[in-house]
Design a protein around this ligand. Structure first.
Ligand code: GTP
Ligand code: MG
Length: 317
């Protein structure tokens, strides 16, 4: 079943009267999608309803959106709606099965300087392109946890594609994340911004930095992974509900023996072991060249390609 396109009134949901609808709207729960992916606790907190009542409202929103069991043909129909965002390199696109996919999380992981942040910048520009040119005709939301977002790079990349640099900058909404809680809160806020602003790409660069800093060492590993999993789950639901690309970066060490104390820093270590999506391992090659390898894709063959980071941005080697 497809979603009706008519914007729906929250009071269409059983259990939501005008007063509750008002509270939900004020708290940013403006759509059925936002309610469907909320937790009963948060809805209860903003509406003053019991958790059980909030649970019923969430269930009703999910039902209305047809979230739950689906037949295989419905899943296939949804797969057909997956759109691909170009990376700027045809080879890298090919590795990803046509580009970075909507409805899922794509993880780029690798050592420092392998081009994770450059790729994120490039995708923020490319997402603005017309569909014929490999874009998604939408905006980008950039959650910057490392303070490495550079508007100058956006300008250079936009110019190289004959886009108006000022307009390109306007179409990228940037937020600094200062710690893990803040980072997760920004994803909460994103639920509001995404539909309002026609956001088609959500970047988190990097997704793991604050988690590593706040939960150092082996003892904290379980707690860290648990929280990170919650974060990934939220992101995954966001990607699914709003049909956007979620791109996360993750710095890993190539030499685990040089970085004892962090067991996830092993070669091939990645965050998405239990979340859906594509994982791309990046490593350096000569000069501007980088090697990308697709790892553990649910349905694409593993492989490796070479791309380049040039002054104009991400390109084929
Ligand atoms: P960490 O965040 O430290 O883990 O690294 P990263 O994987 O995000 O690396 P990043 O994307 O920042 O890549 C940095 C590399 O991109 C630099 O070492 C340069 O090789 C390249 N680069 C960055 N800006 C430019 C540029 O304007 N022109 C060219 N040609 N290369 C650039
Ligand atoms: Mg970086």
């Amino acid at each position: 079943m497809s979603k009706p396109s008519r914007p729906r009134d929250l009071t269409d949901l059983p259990g939501v009267g005008p007063a509750t609808a008002e509270k939900l709207l004020e708290a940013g729960f403006k759509t059925f999608e936002a309610i469907a992916v909320a937790s009963p606790q948060e809805l209860s907190a903003v509406t003053g309803l019991s958790v059980a009542a909030a649970q019923k409202i969430i269930a009703a929103a999910r039902e209305a959106l047809d979230i739950g069991f689906k037949t295989a043909d419905e899943i296939y129909a949804r797969r057909l709606k997956v759109a691909k965002l170009t990376t700027g390199s045809k080879n890298l696109d090919k590795l990803l099965g046509g580009g970075v996919e909507t409805q899922t999380i794509t993880e780029f992981y690798g050592e420092f300087g392998t081009g994770k942040t450059q790729l994120c910048h490039q995708l923020c520009v490319n997402v603005q392109l017309p569909r014929e040119a490999g874009g998604l005709e939408g905006k980008a939301l950039y959650i910057d946890s490392e303070g490495t977002f550079r508007p100058e790079r956006i300008i250079a990349m936009a110019r190289a594609l004959n886009l108006d640099p000022q307009q390109a900058l306007k179409n990228i909404i940037v937020a600094r994340a200062f710690n893990t809680d803040h980072q997760m809160l920004l994803v909460e806020k994103a639920k509001e911004l995404v539909p309002e602003q026609n956001v088609k790409l959500l970047v988190i660069d990097s997704i793991t930095g604050h988690f590593r800093a706040e939960y150092p060492g082996r003892e904290a590993l379980a707690a860290r992974q648990q929280k990170l999993n919650r974060h990934l789950h939220e992101l995954s639901r966001l990607a699914d509900a709003y049909e956007l690309c979620v791109v996360a970066t993750n710095q890993v060490m190539a030499r685990p023996d040089m970085f004892f104390g962090d067991p996830t820093a092993a070669v091939g270590g990645h965050i998405l072991a239990h979340a859906p999506g594509a994982r791309v391992y990046l490593r350096k090659s000569k000069g501007e060249k980088r090697i990308a390898r697709l790892v553990d894709s649910p349905y694409l063959p593993e492989g490796e390609v070479v791309f380049m980071i040039t002054d104009e941005g991400v390109r084929d080697a």
